[in-house]
Design a protein around this ligand. Structure first.
Ligand code: ZN
Length: 247
């Protein structure tokens, strides 16, 4: 493929991304392989549809594959969510995202161990003028692609850092953890609320993407971000974020 060069204005400087040279940072879901899971959600599954004698699978005699899928976006792999995750009113991530690409910074970070044994992300620095933050937590093992997080108290974000992101107009936050909040925080959802400025000043276009995986071969730095989702009118959707190096 020939390069498709896309210019981006950033702090008065013009950077360029090649839209044919990106990295997918989603974890593909495969019902036959280990898959990441959180909050005891039923695992993603895909089964051939049955209609009487007919089974929707070419290997079982049908002329087409015709599968039913079962999926819980928050519990099954890479997904993007909007403020509708925590509001009584319905907000859909399909509407929250709209069209667009954003200047993102990929940042690797070691969560900090605190006295109660929790590991938190409390301090990160980012460049001025970026619109999205992608957090790769360290150590970064490939087993994140199939990790079962339920009841493991994974690392999470402090509400202070989530608040700072909202103040600095970070529209999109992506991370390789199952939640920005503590697994069990008695429903406080402090980081979710701080990031979305809920309830006082809801950020309807801001999104959080959880359970991504960024390969170690992808260096920290600036990228153009694209978040692809199916058009579901739901608070969250499975997603396929792509990042394109900005030079
Ligand atoms: Zn979620």
């Amino acid at each position: 493929m020939s390069p498709v060069i896309f210019p981006v204005l950033w702090n008065g400087e013009t950077l360029h991304a090649d839209l044919n040279e990106g990295y997918c940072i989603a974890i593909p879901l495969d019902h036959d392989r280990p898959q990441p899971n959180a909050y005891f959600a039923p695992p993603y599954d895909a089964i051939p549809h049955h209609e009487g004698e007919w089974i929707g699978d070419t290997r079982q005699g049908a002329s087409v594959n015709f599968y039913d899928i079962r999926l819980n976006p928050h519990g099954n792999g890479t997904h993007t969510e909007c403020v509708g995750h925590i509001t009584k009113e319905r907000h859909s991530v399909h509407r929250a995202l709209g069209p667009g690409r954003w200047i993102a910074q990929l940042i690797s970070v070691y969560p900090l161990l605190i006295e109660n044994g929790d590991r938190i992300i409390n301090e990160i620095d980012w460049d001025e003028g970026i619109e999205a933050i992608i957090l790769r937590t360290l150590p970064n093992h490939a087993d994140k692609k199939g990790r079962i997080y339920s009841n493991t108290n994974p690392p999470y974000l402090s509400s202070e850092i989530a608040k700072r992101m909202a103040e600095k107009n970070i529209e999109h936050l992506l991370l390789d953890l199952p939640s920005v909040d503590r697994e069990n925080d008695e429903g406080a959802l402090a980081a979710h609320k701080a990031f979305w400025r809920y309830p006082e000043n809801k950020r309807l276009n801001a999104t959080i993407t959880e359970m991504i995986f960024v390969d170690n071969a992808v260096p920290d730095g600036l990228y153009l971000l694209e978040i692809q989702i199916p058009a579901l009118e739901l608070d969250a959707s499975p997603s396929r974020p792509y990042i394109y190096p900005l030079r």
